[in-house]
Design a protein. Structure first.
Length: 200
């Protein structure tokens, strides 16, 4: 089986660019994201930040990971672990990718639509769904879950952070790894994703 990367940022980015619905999802947390008290701002890890060429965001990637700002799969940037992960089900290159799309609604609307959309992923099981505050004080929302990749059949886990840049652009940052290697990648993704800044 070949090595796969990227994950589901494109799925969520498609949702955030068109969603505007406010229908509650059965079984999903019912709190209005705008009414929930925001946590304290994240602290940035040490290390150089990658700054988007259009100055929509900056983020601190994991040390030693490769950087691809070529626009592959409509991403603004992809950070890739040079080490390939392997499990009984196959091989996967863990990565963090950033997608920026025009915002068609506010952050609470994006959160509601994203909750609906991720449930369409095969065997999706949520692991994270909480408000966040970026290191620059901007509001954001953190999603995470496990799902089966329809192309490869691999069971993957991701962590996604969604924020707005200037109210005009939705920035979606996704860290994806094999579900059974998550213990090694989860803390790496937490540090990097929470370093995101959109008020630059």
């Amino acid at each position: 089986m070949g090595i796969r990367a990227i994950g589901t940022a494109a799925v969520l980015a498609g949702v955030v660019s068109v969603t505007g619905c406010t229908v509650a999802v059965p079984g999903a947390p019912a709190a209005d994201p705008a009414a929930v008290a925001r946590p304290a701002p994240s602290t940035r890890p040490p290390g150089p930040a990658f700054r988007d060429a259009l100055t929509r965001f900056d983020i601190v990637p994991p040390p030693g990971w490769t950087v691809d700002a070529s626009g592959v799969e409509n991403t603004a940037v992809v950070f890739t672990d040079p080490q390939v992960s392997e499990s009984a089900s196959g091989r996967f290159r863990a990565n963090i990718n950033v997608v920026v799309v025009p915002a068609s609604t506010d952050l609470p609307g994006i959160v509601i639509g994203a909750r609906q959309e991720v449930r369409s992923l095969a065997d999706y099981r949520p692991t994270d769904d909480e408000p966040a505050t970026l290191s620059d004080g901007s509001p954001a929302h953190l999603f995470g879950g496990t799902y089966r990749d329809p192309t490869t059949g691999l069971v993957l886990r991701n962590l996604q952070l969604v924020a707005l840049h200037g109210g005009a652009d939705t920035v979606v940052v996704t860290g994806t790894a094999l579900a059974d290697t998550w213990d090694g990648y989860g803390p790496v993704y937490e540090r990097s994703l929470r370093s995101l800044a959109v008020a630059i």
